[in-house]
Design a protein around this ligand. Structure first.
Ligand code: ATP
Length: 345
C-alpha cells in the first residue's frame, strides 16, 4: 500500500548539504501497521513527511496505493492526499473551533452537504469515544482527547493510509495505551494501513506488525516485529529492545560492583539477554549442570512482541573461573547475549 523506493532527501543547511534520508526503501502491505523507530535527528519526521510529499524527496519514488505521488501535478496531489490521513505529536487542532467543527473541517472544505457531514462526524465521534464532547473547545480537552479529535479528523476523508508522527509522544503512559488501542481498532475494523514513527520501542511492541530502524538517514534493519525482537542484528535495534525493560538492579547494588575481580573469590554479575528460541530452552539450568556453576538470579523479566518471547536475567554467577568462562561461551553459542556488569566479593 505504501512503497518508498530509494528515497533520498538532502537539505541545504547554511550552504552545506545534509543527507537527512539516504536511499531509503520501504514496502508496507495493505492493512499492516509499520513502525519506524530511531533516535532524535535520525530522519523519522522527514521520512513520514515524504510519504504525503509534505517534504519532497530529492530523489526516489513514493507509491501510495500503486500511484507514484512524485509524478503528479499539484492538483492531482491534493486529490490524492485525501487517501492519506495524518496525525501529529501536538495534535494541530484549531482552537477557535469546537470538537465537532474540527472533525467536520475537511468535509466542509470538500463542500459536502450539511446533513452528510453531520452523519459522518457523528459516526466518527462515536468511533473515537467523544460523542459527549462535540461542543467543547480544545482548551477544555485532555491530551488524549485532543489526539482522538485529531484521529477522527484524519479519518473524515476515508483515507486508505494513516500517518502518525510521534502521535503518543506528548501523552502519559496510560493515555498512550488507550490511543494505541484505538489505532489498532481502526486498523482492524477499517482496514487502514498505518505508518507511524516513534522513538519508543514500547509503541512498536504494542501495535506494529513490521518495524524499521532508522539511523543517520538510513534504514539499517527492517522486518516483522517478531523477526526483529527474536533476532535483532544491529546494536541499535538491541538497544531499543533493551529500553522496553523497566526492571534493573537497584542503584545501591550497582554501586558495589567493581570493574575487575578484587579477590580470588570475587564472582561476576552477568546480564543474560534471551531472544526468540533461546528463551524457551532451560539454558541456565542446563549450563549450571554442565559446567558446575550456580546462578543466583537477582532480576529477571520476560516480555512478548509479535508472538515472540524475549527477556533478560541478571544473576550472580558462582563457580571457578574456567567453568564460568566455559559457561559464558556455551550461552553465547546458544544465542544468548552475555554482558558482565561487574564483580562482587
Ligand atoms: N527543513 C529542514 N531544513 C534543514 N534541515 C532539516 C530540515 N528538516 C530536518 N532537517 C534535518 O534533518 C535531520 C533529520 O531530521 P528529522 O526531523 O527528520 O529527524 P527525527 O528523527 O524526526 O528527529 P526528532 O525525533 O528529534 O524529531 C536532522 O539533522 C535535522 O536537523
Amino acid at each position: 500500500m505504501i512503497k518508498l523506493k530509494n528515497i533520498s532527501k538532502i537539505f541545504d543547511v547554511a550552504g552545506k548539504k545534509l543527507n537527512a534520508l539516504d536511499n531509503v526503501s520501504l514496502d508496507i502491505p495493505k492493512g499492516d501497521i509499520c513502525g519506524v523507530i530511531g533516535a532524535s535527528g535520525a530522519g523519522k519526521s522527514t521520512l513520514i513527511r515524504c510519504v504525503n510529499l509534505l517534504e519532497r524527496p530529492t530523489s526516489g519514488s513514493v507509491f501510495v496505493d500503486g500511484q507514484d505521488l512524485t509524478q503528479l501535478s499539484e492538483a492531482q496531489l491534493i486529490a490524492e492526499r485525501r487517501n492519506i490521513g495524518m496525525i501529529f505529536q501536538h495534535f494541530n487542532l484549531l482552537s477557535s473551533r469546537t470538537v465537532y467543527e474540527n472533525v467536520a473541517l475537511p468535509l466542509t472544505l470538500e463542500h459536502m452537504a450539511k446533513e452528510k457531514i453531520h452523519e459522518k462526524v457523528t459516526a466518527l465521534l462515536a468511533l473515537v469515544g467523544l460523542t459527549d464532547k462535540k461542543d467543547v473547545y480544545q482548551a477544555n480537552l485532555s491530551g488524549g482527547q485532543k489526539q482522538r479529535v485529531a484521529i477522527a479528523r484524519a479519518l473524515a476523508s476515508d483515507p486508505k493510509v494513516l500517518l502518525c508522527d510521534e502521535a503518543t509522544s506528548a501523552l502519559d503512559p496510560a493515555t498512550t495505551q488507550s490511543i494505541l488501542k484505538l489505532l489498532k481498532e481502526i486498523n482492524r475494523t477499517l482496514g487502514i494501513t498505518i505508518l507511524l514513527i516513534t522513538h519508543e520501542m514500547d509503541v512498536v511492541k504494542n501495535i506494529c506488525d513490521q518495524v524499521a530502524v532508522i539511523d543517520k538517514g538510513q534504514l539499517i534493519e527492517q522486518g516483522s516485529v517478531s523477526e526483529i525482537f527474536s533476532n535483532p542484528k544491529t546494536e541499535l535495534a538491541q538497544e531499543f529492545i533493551r529500553s522496553t525493560f523497566q526492571a534493573n538492579l537497584p542503584e545501591e547494588y550497582l554501586a558495589k560492583l567493581t570493574d575487575t575481580p578484587k579477590r580470588s573469590d570475587s564472582y561476576p554479575i552477568i546480564r543474560f539477554e534471551f531472544t526468540g528460541r533461546s528463551v524457551d530452552a532451560p539454558l541456565l539450568s542446563q549450563t549450571s549442570r554442565k559446567f558446575n556453576v550456580s546462578f543466583n538470579i537477582l532480576v529477571s523479566q520476560i516480555d512478548y512482541a509479535g508472538g515472540t518471547k524475549f527477556g533478560f536475567t541478571i544473576a550472580e554467577v558462582e563457580g571457578d573461573e574456567d567453568s564460568i568462562t566455559q559457561a559464558k561461551i556455551y550461552l553465547m553459542e546458544s544465542n544468548v547475549r552475555v554482558e558482565v556488569l561487574g564483580y562482587v566479593d
